[in-house]
Every structure is written in structure tokens, then in C-alpha cells.
Design a protein around this ligand. Structure first.
Ligand code: FPP
Length: 256
């Protein structure tokens, strides 16, 4: 099993600006929620909330780089979000395109590696081309691995992994008795990264909504009331401080 307690990131030399002694998570994953409510409270269309949400994404990535968090994953569009009205889906897809076009070079210059997880086959070809470009451009960067989950569903991730293992068994390459959590995790879309040790959800809702279901098995969950467009570096630091204050026992009796 991969977890922050065993993972060696190689980023220990990056100095955080949090209070001395704060215990930094290795992988922060965020369920960005509340764009719609943020806009509605201002009598504005939901698309305005998403636009401001993209600004919060920019701020958060910058903060993660400065604080020295090695892995950041943001849930930008779930496999269920396709059920939203077509206009809203289009707005979100345009925001992703515009974010990548505007930010790709700057993120590359800062040493950020950009990657995507989720069902790429369901995205428009030009967006997939942009994603491929961003991933290829930043592939060697190591300061922050920034993963954007788009058309992502935790159950789909698990089912895809099960299917891949079943195929290997059917081809005679794998004995079913050899399947264990490590082998399973190696087939997930997140195989190359440590599991999130801190999952943050904004807007006061307290659920995972099909996000990183397997990977969050031992994550600390922090729910905050801030709506995503208002999320700041202070919110991030506060969530990290909450994480640092928790006893992490991974099912044992000793805090890690
Ligand atoms: C949840 O708020 C948010 C989303 C479904 C989309 C998140 C997308 C962004 C923040 C912008 C684009 C992303 C990137 C990476 C540039 P909601 O609409 O469900 O809010 P509500 O619960 O208040 O209605």
C-alpha cells in the first residue's frame, strides 16, 4: 500500500512558510465545491462562479509550490458532471482550455509537472491535444506534480483496474492469487503517485462524491465552509495545520 508514511518524495529540501515544525502532507487532493452557490449569492450566472473558481485554482497551485507540497490533485470535473446542462459543461471545458493555454508556460517555468486523470476518450480532441501538450512539456518537472481530474470517477478508476487485471488473468499472465492491494493500486490511474494523505472539500459538504475512493483509504478528510472561489492560501495552510494536528495510525495503535 502506498501512503504518505512510507513515501519518499525527494522534496524535503523545499522550505515551507508554515509555522516551524508543521507536518506537511505529501499529497493534497481537493474537491473544489461551491462555485455555483458563490455565483448565486451574487445574483450572477454559475459560469461566473466557475471563472472565479479557475482563479482559485491558479492561487492554490501557486500556494502549493511556495509551501512545498510535492503533489496536488484537483477534482475539476467528475464523471457525473456530464449530467449538467450542456451550456455549463461547455463553460467548464472552455475554462480548462483557457487555463491550460494561459498557465502552461508559467507552470512549466516554475517546475510544475501537469498531468490529467479521468476518461480522456470523452473529451473533445482539441482539449485532449492541449492536455497532451501540457503533459509532454512539463513531464520532466519535479517541484510539484499537479494533477487535474477531469471526467474522473473513483468507481470507474477501480473498475478499469479490475478489468485490466482480469485481462491479464485471462491471458494467463497473472494468477488471481497474486492480486493484492499493491498490484491493484498499480493499475489505477494514480499508480505513479503516492495516495493523498489530505483530502480537502470546500463549501461545507461532507462527502467524497466518487473522488479517489481507493486512494483516500487512509487520508485525513478536512471539510471547510469556504466556497471554492474564495479559497485562499490561508485556507490551504489552515487545512495543513489541521492535518498536522491529527494522529495518523493507519489502523495500528501508534501515531505516525
Ligand atoms: C463544483 O462547484 C465545481 C465544479 C463542478 C467545477 C470545478 C471547476 C473549476 C474550479 C474551474 C476550472 C478548473 C480548472 C482546473 C481550471 P458546483 O458548481 O458544484 O457548486 P455548487 O455546489 O455551489 O452548485
Amino acid at each position: 500500500m502506498k501512503n504518505a508514511a512510507t513515501h519518499k518524495s525527494g522534496h524535503e529540501d523545499v522550505a515551507p512558510r508554515l509555522p516551524a515544525g508543521s507536518h506537511l502532507p505529501v499529497h493534497i487532493a481537493i474537491i473544489m465545491d461551491g462555485n455555483g452557490r458563490w455565483a448565486e449569492r451574487r445574483f450572477m450566472p454559475r459560469s461566473f462562479g466557475h471563472k472565479q473558481g479557475a482563479e482559485a485554482v491558479r492561487r492554490t497551485v501557486e500556494a502549493a509550490v511556495e509551501i512545498g507540497v510535492p503533489y496536488l490533485t484537483l477534482f475539476a470535473f467528475s464523471s457525473e458532471n456530464w449530467k449538467r446542462p450542456a451550456d455549463e459543461v461547455n463553460d467548464l471545458m472552455w475554462l480548462l482550455r483557457s487555463y491550460l493555454r494561459k498557465e502552461m508556460a508559467a507552470l512549466h517555468a516554475q517546475g510544475v509537472r501537469i498531468q490529467f486523470i479521468g476518461a480522456r476518450r470523452s473529451l473533445a480532441p482539441d482539449l485532449v491535444a492541449l492536455i497532451d501538450e501540457a503533459e509532454a512539456l512539463t513531464a520532466q518537472n519535479q517541484r510539484l506534480v499537479f494533477t487535474i481530474a477531469v471526467s474522473y470517477g473513483g468507481q470507474d478508476d477501480i473498475v478499469d483496474a479490475a478489468r485490466a487485471l482480469a485481462r491479464r488473468v485471462a491471458e494467463g499472465e497473472l494468477n488471481p492469487d497474486e492480486i493484492d492491494p499493491d498490484l491493484f493500486a498499480a493499475e489505477l490511474s494514480t499508480a505513479a503517485m503516492p495516495d493523498p494523505d489530505l483530502v480537502i472539500r470546500t463549501s461545507g459538504e461532507q462527502r467524497l462524491s466518487n473522488f479517489m475512493l481507493w486512494q483516500s483509504a487512509y487520508a485525513e478528510l478536512v471539510f471547510i465552509d469556504t466556497l471554492w472561489p474564495d479559497f485562499t492560501r490561508q485556507d490551504l495552510e489552515q487545512a495543513i495545520a489541521v492535518f498536522a494536528g491529527r494522529d495518523r495510525r493507519f489502523g495500528g495503535t501508534d501515531a505516525v
